[in-house]
Design a protein around this ligand. Structure first.
Ligand SMILES: N[C@@H](CCC(=O)N[C@@H](CS)C(=O)NCC(=O)O)C(=O)O
Length: 348
C-alpha cells in the first residue's frame, strides 16, 4: 500500500531516521528518481541492491525534472521516495544513511560510533571532491571524443527519439555540450587543476587500499560503495585509467564490481570504447600537467556536515557564451591524441 499519496511525500526528509520496528519487506517500495548513467545514482542503486530492498527506477527528463518537482528536496538525482514511510530525500549519502537506519538488515554503516563517523566523513568528502571532479573529466572526455553520445544520454525520448538519429544528434551535440560545459565548468578544468587534485587524492587512496583492503575497519562499507561508484567516469579518462600508480585502485574497483554484480558497462563507456577501437586513437596526453609531487594542492575539506556540489545555473543568454567554451574544450584544450591502448581493467 502506498501511504504517501496525499501529503507526506511532498516534504523532504533530513536523512536521520528511526528504524522501522516491524515491516514486511515485500511491502517496501523505494522509488528511485534517476539519470541512469549518473555515478551518484549508481551509488544508491548499489546500496539498494546490497540491502535487498525492493525498488523501481523512474527516469527523469534532465531539462525539466518535472517528475520530481512535487518533492520539496534539492532537485538533484538520486532522489528517493520511500512509499512505506512517505519520506522523500535527495543527496546520495543521506539517502544511504536513511536506508541503513530505517532498514538495518545488511548494514552499510558500522555500529561503532567512531567507525560510523569515519565512514560518513569519507562519503561526504568523496561526494564533494572525487564525484564532482570525475563528472567533469568524464563529460570532458565524451565531448572531446564522442559528443554525439550526449543526445543519446539526455534526449533518448525527446520527439520520439529524433535527436538520437545521426544528423540530428550531431546538431544537438554542441548545444548540449555548451550547456554542460557552463553548468559544470569543464572549460575551467585546467585553471581549477582538476587533474592534479584528483591525482593527489587518488594515489594515497590506492596505497591505503593495497594495505587495508577497504576504506574503514578492514571491511566493506558505504564508504567503499561511494569510492567505487564515484570513480566510474574516470574509467574513460586515459590519464587516470592508464595511470601506473592507480592500477591497483581500478583493480580493486573491478573486483568489487564483479563480487557485487556491478560490472555491467554503462552506455557511454560502450560508445566511447567503440569509437576508440574504430579510430585507433584516444585523447589522453594532458600536456600542461605538472607532476603532483612538485605541486602544492589545496588540502581536502576536513570535517563536513553536508556534501558540496558544483552545479552552476545556465540560461539561454549565458548559453551563447557556452558555444566558444565548448569548441575550445573540444578541439584546443591541450589534451593530445594518442594511440588507443585499452585500460588493463578492460582485460578482466
Ligand atoms: N551530492 C549529490 C550530487 C548529485 C548530483 O549532482 N547529481 C547530478 C547528476 S550526476 C544532478 O542531479 N544534476 C542535475 C542538474 O545538473 O540539474 C549526491 O550525492 O547525490
Amino acid at each position: 500500500m502506498d501511504v504517501s499519496q496525499d501529503h507526506a511525500a511532498l516534504t523532504c526528509g533530513t536523512g536521520v531516521a528511526a528504524p522501522l520496528l516491524w515491516f514486511d519487506k515485500e511491502m517496501v517500495m523505494i522509488e528511485l528518481y534517476k539519470l541512469h548513467w549518473s555515478h551518484y545514482v549508481e551509488k544508491v542503486r548499489w546500496a539498494l541492491d546490497f540491502k535487498q530492498l525492493n525498488w523501481r527506477g523512474i527516469d527523469i527528463v534532465a531539462f525539466t525534472k518535472k517528475e520530481m518537482q512535487r518533492f520539496d528536496c534539492a532537485q538533484t538525482v538520486p532522489l528517493i521516495h520511500d512509499t512505506a514511510t512517505g519520506v522523500a530525500i535527495s543527496d546520495s549519502s543521506p539517502i544511504i544513511r536513511y536506508l541503513d537506519e530505517t532498514y538495518p538488515e545488511h548494514a552499510l554503516l558500522p555500529w561503532d560510533p567512531a567507525e560510523r563517523e569515519e565512514v560518513w566523513q569519507w562519503m561526504l568528502r568523496l561526494d564533494s571532491t572525487l564525484g564532482l571532479h570525475a563528472r567533469r573529466l568524464g563529460y570532458t572526455q565524451l565531448i572531446m571524443e564522442c559528443p554525439n553520445a550526449l543526445s543519446r544520454l539526455f534526449m533518448p525520448n525527446v520527439a520520439g527519439g529524433l535527436f538520437t538519429r545521426p544528423v540530428l544528434r550531431a546538431l544537438a551535440a554542441p548545444v548540449l555540450g555548451a550547456m554542460l560545459t557552463l553548468r559544470f565548468r569543464f572549460h575551467r578544468n585546467r585553471e581549477d587543476r582538476v587533474y592534479e587534485a584528483l591525482e593527489a587524492q587518488l594515489v594515497p587512496i590506492a596505497m591505503k587500499l593495497e594495505r587495508d583492503g577497504f576504506l574503514v575497519g578492514g571491511r566493506f562499507t558505504a564508504a567503499d560503495i561511494t569510492l567505487a561508484s564515484l570513480l566510474r567516469p574516470l574509467r574513460i579518462v586515459p590519464h587516470f585509467a592508464n595511470h601506473p600508480q592507480l592500477q591497483l585502485l581500478f583493480a580493486w574497483q573491478g573486483r568489487l564490481f564483479r563480487e557485487h554484480a556491478r560490472d555491467v558497462a554503462f552506455p557511454y563507456e560502450e560508445l566511447i570504447q567503440a569509437q576508440r577501437q574504430r579510430r585507433g586513437s584516444m585523447r589522453g596526453k594532458v600536456s600542461w600537467m605538472r607532476s603532483v609531487s612538485t605541486t602544492t594542492m589545496p588540502g581536502e575539506p576536513s570535517h563536513l556536515q553536508v556534501a558540496h556540489n558544483d552545479i552552476h545555473p545556465v540560461n539561454r543568454w549565458t548559453l551563447v557564451l557556452g558555444l566558444p567554451a565548448y569548441m575550445k574544450l573540444r578541439w584546443f584544450n591541450g589534451i593530445g591524441k594518442m594511440r588507443y591502448v585499452p585500460a588493463a581493467f578492460l582485460a578482466g
